[in-house]
Every structure is written in C-alpha cells, then in structure tokens.
Design a protein around this ligand. Structure first.
Ligand code: BG6
Length: 476
C-alpha cells in the first residue's frame, strides 16, 4: 500500500468512554448514572437489558465503573502516552452526570465543566483533536427514576440543555462531536443503551421505538445547536456497525439479512437523511408500534449530521430461522456464527473484509464522510518474565483492519480518521471484565478491581506509533 492511500489530514488515534475509564464515580459533584448500577457477575446481563430493575446498589456486588482505570485522576499521564504514540485525535465521552448531576437542573456543575476543560486543554497541548461523545452508555439515574429515561419526551429538553452547555463551554477546544454512542444499541441493550427498564406485560417494542424517536429528535436538535454555537463544529452520528451477511443465497435468508441491517441502519437513515425511511411504516405496523411525535419534529429531524461514524468489530450473519442453535452475540447484536471466519476468545468474528464491505455500503447509502471511531480486538494479555506484553495477535488484527480501511479509501470513500477502541485498557462494556483488553497501554487491574493501576506500554504501542508516523504506510 503506498504512503498516499491515507489522506495527509487523516486523523489517527484511539477511543475510550467516560463510563469505562474515569472512575471517580462520586467525585467532582458527579451524579450516579446507569452504568454505576450495572454489576460485574451473573446479574449483569439482565440489568443491562432492562429485564432486572436495579435502582439500588447491593453490598454483595462489585461495580467496575466506580473506579474503572481512574482516568479521572490520571488523564495527564495517559494523554502524554497517547501523544507519545503520535495521536492526532482522541475520542472520549463526557459523563452527562458530571455536567448535570441529576440531569434536570437549570445550571451546570462548574466542577464537571472544569474537569473536561482541563482534559481537552491537555489534548490540545499535544495538538490532539478531541472527538467527544455527549452520551456514551450513561444516563443520570435521577432521570431514570423520575422520568423513565428516554421513554419520556422531557428528555429532549434535558439533553438539548446539556448539549448546549457543552458546545458553549468547550467552544474553541472541541470541534468534532458525536451525539449518541452506538445509538442502535438501544434496541439490543435497552438499560445500558438508553436507561430503559420494562414493566411487566408492556409492548417493549413500543417503548424502545418511542425512546428512539426522542433520541433522534434530541440528536437533531443538538446538531442544530452545535452549528448555531459555532459553524465550524462538525457533528456525527454513531452506529454499532457490521453488515449482516445472508446465511445462504436462499432468498428468505437474503431478505432476513436485509431486515436485520435495516433494524440498525434505521437510526442512521434518520440522522443522515433527515426523515423516517419509508420502510418504517410497515415495520411499526407489524410490531404494533405507534410513535407519538410533536408538531415541529419533522423540521427538527432535517438537521442532519455532518459525518457518519461507526464502530466495527465484526460482521454479522442472519438466516430466516435465527433459532437454529447457532448463534453468538458479537457486540450484543445477535448473529449466527459464520463458519468462514475465525472468532476472538469472546466469540466475536474476525472479518477485515467485512469492514470494507460495511464502509462501501454506508457510503453508497449516505454519501457523507465516514469516521471509524471504534475497532479492535478484546484479548487476554500475559506479562512475560521481562515484564513485557507481546500482543502480536492484536497487532495482526489491527493491521488487517487498517489494510481494509485503506482498500475502502481506494474504493473512493472519504474516511476522516480512525480511533482504535480502548487504546488504554479499560472496563469491558459487555462483560464488566478488565481481562478483555483492547489497549496499546496495559493497566494493572483485574476483574475484581485489584491492582496498582500502573500503566505499561505493550508491543502494539510501538507498532501503532510507527503506523501513525508513516501515515498508515508502514504496517510491518
Ligand atoms: C462498543 C462500545 O459496543 O464496543 C464500547 O461503544 C465497548 O463501549 C466496545 O466497550 C467493546 O465492547 P466490549 O464489550 O468488549 O467492551
């Protein structure tokens, strides 16, 4: 691959999220959020899915987000390490409850603003562009308890106030914004995705799609406000990506894959094109869903995003009969196991060509610049006798995906940048483990929360540094 494949202004870096890295869950005036209620262990999935209401902490459970990797106190050391790798972009999220601890206040928490001001200034010191997600899997618990979270229309107002506060407070420091992380995960993991818990017997599809409507209106409103505050601001949507392949060329399987793709792409169809796609009429009718909207919503939705960002870990696979006992759930989205590809230890399929396929589909569909804001291999790391971590498996995964990205650029796709997920080890969103590691930087902490939290450069750290220095030309 020639040095010219990646454009000169291509942004290289890594991504984390407040809820999986910061810790300091009650410091600096922060309020409690949904993720603070999600335990490690056997009840985790039921709580994440909104099937088990967990509104109070239990003494016999461990909550990994409470300390996480202590990024809140160690961000200077961590940003220096990212600068050493040559990052030109760093993706993180703002914890909503640091800015508005309850979520429905009229004035923000000054300490929360000061923290992020210091963090983003630290990035700028090293010429690193912050790429900031407003809501990455954390809703203030007060909004869940008092309003039912995104099932309630009032959330649009709360979110818009929060978004405006951020755009104004960090104007001049941040210009790349994402509204909701993996917005489609709301359908698959409703509590962790959107703070939703269900009452017995209710039509869960109705609740989820109504919540989705509120998020979509809130996202469009935030996009409008971002542009008003500063026309230089660039706002993106964010999809948990990965195309569905049909299990076979049987027409029924092909149709199933198309339907499954639409389920996820529905959100981006609205955010990138500015209105509900025509297929939703029938889908909603068949699911018995009827969206309550307010006058003016369709005008608000016309404020489309500037770019389309997405995560890509694995491709997916669907058949007309998904209950054939051959399923996995890469990134919480149910899929059949594809026999043609290898999988990670956690069962996530490894498919670099799938990234090129996904990118081509997305650009064909939206004609907007793309940004790959999450990608990586969750794997166990061993420290050898010399105290080093030789993570060749991670290097190999990233190398193949960067090659696929280069192919997609060569296919004619404008790609703004790449932020590899969990550039520093952090808490896994799906399992709550520390041992599912993605980082170039090792963090000494185990699944029970024990460890010194010391940071160590892995072999991949030096490899990625070389990749960035050569603008993606040297992947050896
Ligand atoms: C995405 C999320 O779903 O995938 C991240 O945006 C998450 O928050 C990442 O951590 C990897 O998933 P996991 O479950 O391995 O942490």
């Amino acid at each position: 691959m020639s040095a010219s494949t990646f454009p000169d202004d291509f942004l290289w870096g890594g991504a984390i999220a407040a809820n999986q890295a910061e810790g300091a869950w009650l410091e600096g005036g922060k309020g409690v959020t949904t993720v603070d209620m999600i335990p490690h262990g056997k009840d985790r999935l039921a709580v994440k899915l909104g099937q088990e209401k967990r509104f109070a902490l239990r003494d016999d459970e461990f909550y990994p987000s409470h300390q996480a990797i202590d990024f809140y106190h160690r961000y200077q050391e961590d940003i220096a390490l990212m600068a050493e790798m040559g990052f030109t972009v760093f993706r993180t999220s703002i914890a909503w409850s640091r800015i508005y601890p309850n979520g429905d206040e009229m004035t923000p928490n000054a300490e929360g603003i000061a923290f992020y001001h210091a963090l983003f200034s630290e990035c700028k010191k090293y010429h690193i562009e912050p790429l900031v997600t407003l809501c990455h899997f954390d809703v203030p618990m007060h909004l869940v308890r008092e309003y039912g979270s995104w099932r309630n229309r009032k959330m649009v107002e709360f979110f818009a106030r929060y978004a405006r506060t951020c755009f104004e407070a960090f104007d001049g420091l941040v210009k790349y914004w994402l509204t909701f992380n993996e917005i489609n995960i709301l359908l698959h993991s409703p509590f962790s995705g959107a703070g939703l818990v269900f009452e017995e017997g209710e039509n869960q599809e109705q609740v989820k799609y109504q919540a989705a409507h509120h998020e979509l209106v809130a996202s469009a409103l935030a996009t409008k406000i971002a542009h008003e505050v500063n026309p230089e601001n660039q706002v993106g949507c964010m999809l948990a990506g990965g195309n569905f392949y049909p299990w076979s060329c049987k027409p029924e399987d092909v149709w199933a894959a198309l339907e499954k793709d639409r389920e996820n792409l529905f959100f981006i169809d609205v955010q990138a094109r500015g209105s509900y796609p025509s297929y939703t009429k029938r889908v909603f009718r068949e699911k018995n869903v009827s969206i309550i909207s307010e006058p003016g919503d369709s005008e608000i939705l016309r404020h489309t995003v500037d770019f389309v960002s997405f995560s890509y870990y694995a491709s997916r696979c669907a058949s007309a009969d998904m209950n054939e006992g051959n399923s996995s759930a890469a990134n919480i989205v149910k899929s059949l196991k594809n026999p043609h590809i290898q999988a990670s230890e956690w069962g996530w399929g490894i498919d670099p060509l799938g990234l090129r396929i996904t990118m081509n589909m997305m650009y064909d569909r939206y004609q907007k610049p793309l940004f790959l804001v999450e990608n990586g291999l969750g794997a166990r790391d061993e420290i050898n006798a010399q105290g080093e971590i030789d993570d060749d498996y991670r290097i190999s995964y990233l190398r193949e995906h960067i090659k696929a990205m280069a192919e997609a650029i060569d296919d004619g796709i404008p790609l703004m940048g790449y932020t590899s997920w969990g550039c520093i080890d952090l808490v896994s969103a799906s399992t709550g483990e520390m041992s599912k590691r993605y980082g170039f930087i090792y963090v000494d902490r185990d699944d029970q929360g024990q460890g010194t939290l010391a940071r160590t450069r892995k072999k991949s750290f030096y490899w990625y540094k070389k990749v960035i220095a050569s603008n993606g030309a040297d992947l050896s």
